[in-house]
Unconditional design. Structure first.
Length: 86
């Protein structure tokens, strides 16, 4: 089947348009992929910082609990000293 001149022009124009839209779609998908990868890296950094902050909080809480225990023991010993001083 032979196409007319106008048919060939229309078919060629459709082919070129499909190449342009396909290239644009590919470029957009690559840009989206790059943005996703960058966001994934940022999330990994945020997760690392969050873990560091949680570890610091746990360490500080542990130190505070130990300090409070020492304070209680000191108060008890102070009471014993006062009782023995009487």
């Amino acid at each position: 089947m032979k196409l007319s001149r106008n048919g060939q022009i229309v078919l060629s124009a459709l082919f070129v348009a499909s190449l342009i839209f396909g290239g644009a779609g590919y470029a957009q998908s690559r840009a989206t992929q790059a943005a996703y990868e960058e966001q994934s890296k940022q999330m990994a950094l945020y997760k690392e910082k969050l873990n560091e902050a949680q570890n610091t909080i746990q360490e500080n809480t542990s130190i505070q609990a130990k300090y409070e225990c020492v304070q209680v023991e000191r108060d008890q010993l102070q009471k014993q000293v006062e009782e023995l001083s009487k």
